[in-house]
Design a binder for this molecule. Sequence first.
Ligand SMILES: [Zn+2]
Length: 83
Amino acid sequence: MIIFECPTCRKVLRVENRDQAPYRPFCSDRCRLIDLGKWLDGQYTIPRPATADDLAACDPASMLPNPDDDHARGPDHPDVDGG
Ligand SMILES: [Zn+2]
């Protein structure tokens, strides 16, 4: 027995197994699409605008591996136990 509440219409559903709730956690495809529509409408958004710090944290250059670190764990590390 699986009991869950549809986040769109708040209806509580009880099913014997997950095969009977293909749209879980939604009660139906309709409720699933309504929830998706909320996202697309922008009703669910980040509650504050991005700041300069956020942008800095997302700087692609800062996400690249530092070449200076490669000597510690690079693929061409000479210490290979090749037998
Ligand atoms: Zn529903």
